[in-house]
Ligand binder design. Structure first.
Ligand code: SAH
Length: 260
């Protein structure tokens, strides 16, 4: 790419979920390339590949050609340590919310420190589902006209891509890492990946059942709150192992006590 020094861009992926208009996929690819970004992931697009996507990519066909295709959002972000979801309106799930500028600085700092990060965009008609937002560490909202706040999908991608570039030009990224950081990366505790967090949540749900925590109440509400708590904590891999060890013991005790 034109910006060999924008190395963190290689770890920033934009994920489009369930896109309905293929033209928007092409326009999003173009929006990314203008800002020096190149990684696009598509989750179950309605019509793709499609001539409209190629036509609107207009010279960003390389970004389109390199796009990865996935069946689910969980699969598209499995190796990410930070996932932010863009929403046109706030939902019932109270995720921590940031504006584009703050979100760009956070994403760039993480990517500059060696983490894979993702920025997720929803469907044109209905946005991101609540269970998709639950996979995110936080939400990003562009404070638009409150009476007409829903941007075109590719326009929203452009706003965020621009802010990422501005954050990089402002030096937020390069300043966040010492030059030899990569070499010492292995010595630090790595933040947990998305897949590791999902493994923890799966075991947590099983354990709560095993110890009869819910007592007839619907498990979803407690799990939603616990997900929020643990995602907000940004656990590292050792902490996830510790928690899973505790859960494994709790599961064993429940078995011994004859709960299961
Ligand atoms: N009618 C949908 C809007 C979808 S627009 C809804 O109400 O959710 C398609 C996508 O563009 C959204 O899912 C979101 O990812 C992004 N987007 C559009 N407007 C946005 C805004 N003001 N802030 C953040 N993201 C926005």
């Amino acid at each position: 790419m034109d910006d060999p020094s924008f190395a963190a861009a290689a770890r920033i992926r934009v994920v489009l979920v369930g896109t309905q208009h293929p033209g928007n996929i092409g326009s999003a690819a173009r929006a990314l390339k203008t800002m020096g970004l190149s990684r696009l992931s598509l989750v179950a697009p309605e019509r793709y590949p499609h001539a409209d996507a190629s036509a609107l990519a207009a010279g960003a066909d390389d970004v389109l050609a390199g796009a990865s295709l996935h069946d689910t959002l969980a699969e598209a972000v499995a190796d990410c340590r930070l996932v932010l979801g863009c929403t046109a309106r706030s939902r019932r799930i109270a995720l921590p919310e940031q504006g584009p500028r703050e979100a760009a600085a956070t994403l760039l700092a993480e990517a500059s420190a060696g983490a894979e990060v993702a920025l997720v965009f929803g469907r044109e008609r209905t946005g991101l589902e609540n269970d998709e937002l639950q996979l995110c560490h936080g939400a990003v909202h562009i404070q638009a006209n409150p009476g007409y706040s829903s941007l075109n999908l590719a326009a929203a991608v452009q706003v965020l891509a621009y802010e990422l570039r501005m954050a990089w030009l402002a030096g937020a990224g390069p300043a966040a890492v010492a030059p030899d950081d990569a070499e010492h990366e292995h010595e630090r505790d790595q933040p947990a990946t998305h897949a590791q967090m999902e493994g923890l949540f799966g075991q947590l749900a099983e354990t709560l059942d095993a110890i009869d925590f819910h007592k007839g109440r619907a498990p979803e509400s407690a799990m939603r709150k616990l997900r929020r708590l643990f995602l907000r904590s940004r656990l590292d891999q050792r902490e996830v192992r510790l928690l899973r060890g505790i859960l494994a013991d709790a599961q064993r005790m429940a078995r011994l006590a004859g709960f299961q």
